[in-house]
Design a protein. Structure first.
Length: 440
């Protein structure tokens, strides 16, 4: 058993005992009340999941195992002094619940390098799709093709004790995360770079190798990938991609099937696809205004026009956050450090100064502040990655860290099949008349 795997086993056994004691003593206590509006409007605010890896606070933003993004930028191991955190270190933190040493992070790098081989049939499955297919379609097809390699599926077919489910799930998770950069880069080079593929570099870290295989050798771009993979990794358990992965996994679907389900959710325009919508909107604004360096007054008029047409300003607003997304701030600081004079990046900053006051003036917007998607595209464009349909694939590679760490915990804690109760509108009407007791 590997070093990280053994540490996870010890943590999981301790957590299992703690949760059993909690349920024995407090299992019948109620948490909150569900309103009729909540069951009709996306279950917003209903506490119904346990997700240990991160927690989203409306005022503080995301915290990974209690640590904020600025704290992680200081505390997690780095590839270079004063650089960005290694995603390997964040994965360790989410899985084990403790800050990793440099040795821990580099150990995971080495493990993922050893597990990163992608079978030939996966590339053939991707190649069977037309080049016109969306990169996320290609990505999910690649993940599904990898399912043939599932240790959990094989062990379950043989017959395995429920208490041991976590063991092959852990191996699937490590294999899948290790292989995702290769699949993502293959798709990028196939669709946008005339199928001229680049072999992996076994001396690079996980995010640095992704940059290399995509064809970007600039060290600051590799640093951007490390930051990007870290800040997009997790956003507690209720968002579509995290919840879908957990839900499908609760049926004992293996990590490949569960993760693919989550990434189909991430591909939606109200979730991960939003990052491409932001940069698309900015490009359209530049075209209409006839300038790549619009003034704040020009941006203000375009924003008002967008709202007047009944459209949203992409990248602004969040279901939970009530302040500027700390992930936006981290990217803004990266931009000030590496590209302070970039016109597109400066346009993003002008939009940041312009949009919130306009949205606040409407009186209907709870959160007029930018989220993570409002900035990421501009940083990528600076380095020449202008193919914005691919941005969600980068998001997907990063999100694997959180949802798959959670899946390890789901199986280690023997979480059951998720099966919430649903009702019909007629049943609701009967209940409101006192004729039914469906909620009692």
């Amino acid at each position: 058993m590997g070093m990280i795997k053994e540490r996870f086993r010890i943590k999981a056994e301790s957590a299992n005992a703690e949760i059993k004691d909690l349920l024995k003593e407090h299992g019948n206590k109620k948490i909150g009340e569900v309103t009729l509006a909540q069951i009709y409007q996306g279950m917003r605010g209903i506490t119904g999941l346990v997700s240990e890896t991160s927690l989203l606070d409306a005022q503080e933003g995301i915290r990974f195992r209690g640590y904020s993004i600025p704290e992680l930028q200081q505390s997690l191991p780095k590839a270079h002094p004063n650089g960005e955190p290694l995603p390997e270190g964040l994965f360790y933190l989410m899985l084990i619940g403790e800050l990793p040493t440099e040795e821990d992070a580099h150990h995971i790098t080495n493990v993922w390098q050893r597990r990163s081989h992608v079978p030939t049939h996966v590339f053939k499955a991707i190649d069977a799709l037309p080049l016109s297919a969306h990169p996320m379609t290609m990505f999910v097809v690649g993940v599904m093709a990898l399912q043939t390699e599932s240790d959990f599926a094989r062990e379950y077919a043989k017959g395995i004790s429920k208490k041991d489910y976590w063991n092959p799930v852990y191996d699937d998770v490590m294999d899948l995360i290790a292989r995702l950069p290769r699949i993502a880069a293959y798709i990028y080079r196939r669709k946008y770079k005339n199928k001229e593929h680049i072999e992996p570099d076994g001396l690079l870290d996980w995010a640095g190798n992704l940059a290399h295989m995509m064809g970007y050798e600039d060290e600051s771009f590799k640093e951007l990938m490390r930051l990007y993979m870290t800040i997009h990794a997790d956003h507690e358990g209720g968002n579509v991609s995290a919840h879908a992965t957990h839900l499908v996994g609760s049926a004992l679907s293996d990590p490949y099937l569960s993760y693919a389900a989550g990434m189909n959710g991430l591909a939606g325009p109200l979730h991960g696809l939003a990052n491409q919508e932001v940069i698309k909107w900015i490009f359209e604004m530049q075209k209409e205004l006839g300038t790549d360096d619009p003034s704040k007054d020009q941006i203000e008029q375009y924003v008002k026009k967008t709202i007047a047409e009944g459209k949203v300003v992409p990248g602004y607003g969040h279901a939970v956050l009530r302040k500027t997304d700390p992930r936006f701030t981290a990217q803004m600081e990266f931009g000030k450090k590496h590209m302070p004079d970039d016109k597109l990046v400066n346009t993003v900053w002008k939009i940041y100064e312009t949009v919130p006051p306009i949205l606040q003036s409407l009186g209907k917007i709870k959160n007029p502040w930018p989220n993570v998607d409002a900035h990421s595209g501009a940083l990528l464009v600076h380095y020449g990655l202008v193919e914005y349909e691919f941005y969600t694939v980068l998001f997907a590679v990063s999100r694997a860290l959180g949802v798959l760490a959670n899946l390890c915990w789901d199986r280690a804690l023997s979480f059951p099949l998720e099966r919430p109760k649903s009702v019909t509108t007629n049943a609701v009407k009967r209940w409101l008349k006192g004729e039914d007791e469906i909620w009692d």
